[in-house]
Design a protein. Sequence first.
Length: 350
Amino acid sequence: MIKTDIIIIGAGPTGLFAVFEAGLLKLKCHLIDSLPQPGGQCAEIYPKKPIYDIPSRPEILAGDLVDQLMAQIQPFQPGFTLGETAQEIEKQTDGSFVVTTDKGTQHHAKVVAIAGGLGTFEPRKPDLAHLTQWEDKGVDYIIREPEKYRDKKVLIAGGGDSALDWTIVLTKVAQSVTLVHRRNQFRGALDSVEKVQALKDQNKIQLLTPAQVTALGGDKHLSSVTVSMDNRAVDHEVDYFIPLFGLTPKLGPISHWGLEIEKNAIKVDNSLDYQTNIPGIYAIGDVNSYPGKLKLILCGFHEATLMCQSAFKRLYPEKRNVLKYTTVSGITGFDGSRKEAQKSTIKTIE
């Protein structure tokens, strides 16, 4: 039985940052994740994808963000159960919880924080004949390493952020990049749309809208894609076809834990601490739902901070927690090591 203060289900950015905030309160965390390494989607699905909305970082690769979060929480020595899925949860007579994984590993804590992102994922696949025969033979649904496409002819289909962002990134390595979307309007960020349009104007990409991929062809490896546009079909020579139509999330076993679910997400009280309908169980990050919810990493960081403050009160109701700024207090790890903060001058304005 692994005992800790907070069990965190999900080791993505939000779960990792929760370790840091809990550590400042001297609370110990243990993380459970079905993936073999920490980082969630950022590590498994798009480690080389640039992220632009992390405060103070104009641009950071998703994998680098994970690395820096891991370095940030190192002083607090969190525990990890990786490659195992949180399967069951049992509430004990004292109000604590036991979480058991699919491999039988048991974890005990008074607080559980579900930070499972959007859950497990399956790519949304286009309705194309013989699509599966080309999977891993020229058809990819996820881009993990851009270097795979160096000097290759790539055709991307989709109209969201992933399709736009990867079009921009692969332009730097691929021999040619074609973006196909069934509408003239895109669903992605305006800045990304403008960058893609600029690449088209500079003849660095081919942009086909409104258009659809209707057929795939080749011998042992995909070599052509048929695109229908303006009532005519044109074959395009390609090395890779990458349909980026999003991922279908599934909550998995968590959906059977008696939590209130809304549109495949866990309802929480955002007026205070992101607690679920079961006291002691919280949901933070993309996995939760509340009025005005935004599925952004920085929002998950905020939710993790307030969750940890509430968890402290639950664990130590008799203690009074005084908020201390790390610029003044520094950071002390559980091993007694201390990272001193730079001396700062605090001026009181009366």
